[in-house]
Design a protein around this ligand. Structure first.
Ligand code: 5AD
Length: 351
């Protein structure tokens, strides 16, 4: 094995940090051999903290209405072929009740930036969930909002917030988003969320258009400095109604390599094997776990809307991706030596 690369992996494991140039070098020169070595270290670190537990989150896609026009996203405002929907508080509560009975103790309310969901409406929903189920965590993934709004939602009982930074390089950010969206605001949102007290998740797509090993190195450096509690990464997958329709998808291989690096940077981080990873490869989820991930987020949305939340082509929402098929997921995890637990799955802070 290339000794230089091996030493970089050891340095990362010991110091939880590399320079930008070192991250870039490691990505640029990776081989399957070093990827295996890196994954074995990542799994070792993960198991020391979380043993063989896999945390699950019930993902409820509350609306595909979005005011933004991100170039990569299937539910972007200008996609006129998108069949728009939003679900009611009662429908959300039904999903939560069903999920609770299935053993979910975290619910992720995710949606486009839909102005229907005022602070008042969201606070009411969050309070309702918390009142009926005192032992669950509520995660929000509803895009950019004001600090005041984030604070109100937190005070209403929201525990966590996912907001992918998408890329830590401002030039790259501009190539993925229309002019009215700002990199600075996105990063500011992440800092605001942390300041308020949320457990915060950032993340990015792997293989997005114009991404380079340099921009990836910046993403890793950002994660190192920001110290998020969660990091969501998954391959970019083109969507037919976007300007990136003909771009290539990201790979399982690079996604897994980056999952391992992120695990070593931040040993206790909550790291999902994402739906996108499961979409481009039928054993993608398992590969993600074996590279260092420890979370899966099955779909708990009402069946009638599932197909409509199409961020990218052929997004999985059936089989083990569906919360109702938890048994199938359990078996898949068991086969690779892991166990799904009934637990809120908070980050372990003591390590
Ligand atoms: N491919 C993969 N991931 C995507 N997302 C949006 N569009 C795509 C796509 N075409 C991701 C973004 C967003 C999250 C909800 O889904 O990173 O933050």
């Amino acid at each position: 094995m290339n000794n230089e690369l091996k030493q970089l992996v050891c340095k990362l494991q010991e110091e939880l940090s590399l320079s930008l140039a070192e991250y870039e070098y490691l990505i640029e020169n990776r081989t399957s051999e070093i990827a295996e070595y890196l994954a074995s270290k990542a799994v070792e670190v993960k198991k020391n903290i979380y043993s063989n537990a896999i945390y699950i989150r019930g993902l409820i896609e509350i609306s595909n209405i979005c005011k933004n026009d991100c170039f990569y996203c299937g539910i972007r405002r200008s996609n006129k072929n998108c069949d728009r929907y939003r679900i009611t508080k009662e429908e959300i509560m039904e999903c939560v009740r069903e999920g609770y009975n299935l053993g979910f103790r975290t619910f992720v309310l995710q949606g486009g930036e839909d102005s229907y969901y005022t602070d008042e409406i969201l606070c009411d929903i969050i309070c309702c969930i918390k009142k009926e189920f005192s032992d669950v965590a509520v995660t929000l993934s509803l895009g950019e909002r004001s600090k005041e709004s984030y604070k109100k939602l937190f005070d209403a009982g929201a525990d966590r917030y996912l907001l992918r930074h998408e890329t830590a390089n401002e030039e790259h950010y501009k190539k993925l988003h229309p002019e009215e969206m700002s990199f600075k605001n996105r990063i500011e949102c992440l800092h605001n969320l942390k300041e308020i007290g949320y457990q915060v998740g950032c993340g990015f797509m792997v293989g997005s258009p114009y991404q380079t090993n340099k921009t990836l190195a910046k993403d890793l450096k950002f994660i190192e400095k920001f110290k998020p509690d969660m990091v969501g990464i998954g391959p970019f997958v083109p969507h037919k109604a976007t300007k990136f329709a003909n771009e290539g998808a990201g790979t399982v291989e690079l996604t897994c390599f980056l999952l391992s690096i992120i695990r070593l940077i931040h040993p206790s981080v909550l790291l999902p094997a994402t739906t996108a990873l499961g979409t481009i490869d039928s054993s993608g989820r398992e590969k993600g776990i074996l590279a260092g991930a420890n979370v899966v987020m099955p779909n708990l949305s009402p069946i009638s809307v599932r197909k409509k939340y199409e961020l990218y082509d052929n997004k999985l929402c059936t089989d083990a991706e569906s919360a109702q098929n938890k048994k199938e997921l359990e078996e898949k995890m068991k086969k690779i030596g892991y166990e799904i637990v009934v637990d809120r799955g908070d980050i372990r802070k003591e390590f």
